[in-house]
Design a binder for this molecule. Structure first.
Ligand SMILES: NC(=O)c1ccc[n+]([C@@H]2O[C@H](COP(=O)([O-])OP(=O)(O)OC[C@H]3O[C@@H](n4cnc5c(N)ncnc54)[C@H](O)[C@@H]3O)[C@@H](O)[C@H]2O)c1
Length: 366
């Protein structure tokens, strides 16, 4: 089978992380790059064994370089335009999360994939983590009964500096709960089975910009006084999500944790619980045999994955995308899945601001 010819659009932090494994993949050949920033593109080009066309305008790349697929890692507000152009150019498209910053943009991307009969995968890469997928296997095996409560608690540092501070601007990022916690909302959907079989129905959020993103109080990491952006994003929140199965889920996000990063995800079922700590590669199973002391499952991350982006998560995501293309099978982590996490995230952003619960009229099940 001929190599899959791949274009890379955007060469910032995440694409450089992707490239660490993309350049090693057998059967995949990077044939072109595009980025509006020459210096960033040059850094990406250095990771390739041989130079390829590198253009400032991705549309020229689409017109001039023959390819089969593309990876997109540009600021969130550009996802719709870039992904639709790539799909219209006939490329299978792997677009970074969040799928987009509005549900209308998500719809346009899903429609472009359908119209062109191409695959659209969204970079909700936690689903490919060896830790998260072990926990998911335990939950769907039925060992803990029916999932009733899901939670994710993340304590972390503020966002790193990004191209033109897009991440600090709600209009361009969608807001903290879209940019960062679309991952967590996707996990809630995944663990409650709410991607194809059921719906989130209501979202309640409480949050604010109370420390690092308090306007004009603290400078974001890596930003000088002269570059001080106008801040309109939040830095902490609690969000509760109700599902039509009767399950509910809750997020706790803190973006100013100065005592190190912590991430805990848990699922309480009718007969037990699964709790995991991705950063420690540890899954705990509380089932009928271990009601008090959990069974501790230490996840072995292969040595050659440890140094890759997100401990190999991005590498496994890439393998899956290319495998789907080779087999002609629609990726499971597709536009609809991407839209479902964005729907919850946008409702959470709205609820935090209005102090009211927000009903979701979810995407029809497909
Ligand atoms: N899957 C994950 O876990 C994960 C983690 C972090 C970020 N992301 C996502 O990846 C995307 C990129 O994030 P990042 O951290 O690399 O940001 P970044 O700011 O480091 O990089 C963005 C890049 O896009 C380039 N760019 C801007 N406009 C462009 C255009 N019109 N055409 C081509 N290139 C353009 C910029 O020059 C920059 O190099 C975002 O959507 C972000 O949410 C995903």
């Amino acid at each position: 089978m001929p190599d899959i010819r791949l274009l890379l659009i955007g060469s910032g932090a995440v694409m450089l992380g992707h490239m660490r494994s993309l350049v090693q993949l057998k059967g995949v050949k990077i044939v072109g790059l595009a980025d509006v920033d020459e210096a960033r593109m040059a850094r990406a080009m250095e990771m390739l064994e041989e130079p390829v066309p590198g253009l400032l305008d991705y549309r020229q790349l689409l017109e001039t370089v023959e390819a089969d697929a593309c990876f997109i890692a540009v600021p969130n507000y550009l996802h719709r335009q870039v992904a639709c152009d790539c799909l219209d150019a006939g490329l299978h498209t792997m677009c970074e999360k969040p799928l987009a910053t509005t549900t209308a943009d998500c719809d346009a991307m899903i429609e472009a994939a359908e119209r062109n009969d191409r695959f659209l995968q969204v970079g909700l890469s936690c689903r490919f983590s060896r830790v998260d997928s072990t926990a998911h296997r335990l939950v769907v095996s039925g060992m803990i009964g029916e999932p009733k409560m899901v939670w994710a608690r993340e304590f972390r540092a503020p966002f790193a500096k990004k191209y033109q501070d897009w991440i600090l601007d709600r209009d361009r990022s969608g807001g903290t709960l879209v940019e960062k916690t679309c991952h967590h909302f996707d996990l809630f959907n995944w663990f409650t089975g709410a991607c194809r079989e059921s719906n989130a129905t209501r979202v309640y959020g409480s949050g604010g910009a109370d420390w690092v993103y308090q306007d004009h109080a603290h400078l974001p990491v890596g930003v000088t006084e002269a570059e001080r952006p106008t801040l309109n994003i939040i830095d902490n929140a609690f969000v509760t999500v109700d599902y039509d199965t009767g399950a509910r889920a809750q997020l706790l996000l803190c973006m100013f944790a100065n005592r190190g990063r912590k991430l805990e995800v848990g699922v309480q079922g009718t007969e037990g619980a699964v709790v995991y700590y991705r950063l420690e590669s540890l899954v705990e199973l509380y089932d009928g045999d271990h009601p008090k002391d959990p069974r501790r499952i230490e996840i072995d991350i292969p040595d050659d994955e440890v140094g890759l982006s997100h401990q190999g998560q991005a590498y496994l995501e890439q393998l899956y995308f290319f495998d789907c293309i080779r087999k002609g099978e629609r990726p499971k982590v597709d536009g609809v899945v991407g839209k479902r996490s964005v729907e919850i995230a946008l409702a959470a952003e709205e609820s935090v601001r209005s102090h009211l619960p927000v009903e979701i009229s979810a995407t029809p099940l497909v």
